[in-house]
Design a protein around this ligand. Structure first.
Ligand code: ZN
Length: 215
């Protein structure tokens, strides 16, 4: 990567990341900002491209948190899968203008999970200087704790699909010495496990998933 491009990339990294995260968080509230299917997909591909660029960003730099590149690659794969699965998802509602409303809680939870992980990426893994990343890293550990406390249920396939997705998103490198891999952001308190998900057709019942969204 040319030196100049690398510097610009590093300088813009936090703001690019935070902009993408803010947009993804809107998805998790059901709002795709008037996007039609292809523009939801292209937004997810934009995330994938940003991740590909970030994975090369630290080339020949001080290796502060060696998990960074692997985290980027892991998220690239998942952002790509999410983009491809979007048009085929039966719980995604496309209104008469072709715009997507994400009404289903499972579909809202997926971008929420991705947003947390994306937001926790930091080039300053040995410190707490990147406060937005630290905040997301803490949320990730709380989310992980909630999944650990929530009993697996064979009858709750939707919830289990989220659990599988989360287990692929939750990443630790035992050989890495960044604060996240060293478990410095683990929650002190026990969190209330989330109750089972509502039936797919029942969009109005949002209470049972709400504990998964707690901060
Ligand atoms: Zn690490």
């Amino acid at each position: 990567m040319p030196r100049e491009l690398q510097f610009t990339g590093i300088r813009n990294f936090p703001s690019t990341r935070d902009t993408l995260v803010a947009e993804l968080e809107k998805f998790s509230e059901g709002d795709t900002n008037g996007r039609v299917v292809v523009s939801v997909q292209s937004f997810l591909f934009r995330i994938k491209n940003a991740l590909a660029m970030w994975a090369k960003l630290r080339w020949k730099l001080r290796n502060e948190g060696r998990c960074f590149e692997d985290r980027c690659i892991n998220l690239m794969v998942l952002a790509d899968e999410m983009a491809h699965s979007f048009p085929h998802c039966q719980t995604t509602v496309i209104n008469e203008r072709g715009v997507i409303d994400i009404q289903d809680l499972v579909m809202q939870k997926r971008p929420d999970m991705l947003a947390m992980q994306l937001g926790s990426l930091t080039l300053w893994g040995w410190s707490n200087i990147d406060t937005a990343a630290v905040e997301n890293a803490c949320m990730i550990e709380e989310e992980q704790r909630r999944w650990e406390q929530k009993l697996a249920s064979k009858n709750d396939e939707r919830s289990e699909s989220l659990r599988r997705l989360w287990s692929r998103l939750y990443y630790k490198d035992v050989h890495c010495d960044c604060h996240q891999c060293l478990n410095l952001y683990l929650p002190f308190r026990d969190l209330t496990p989330s109750p089972p998900l509502p039936q797919m057709v029942n969009y109005s019942d949002s209470d049972s998933l709400s504990s998964l969204f707690e901060e």
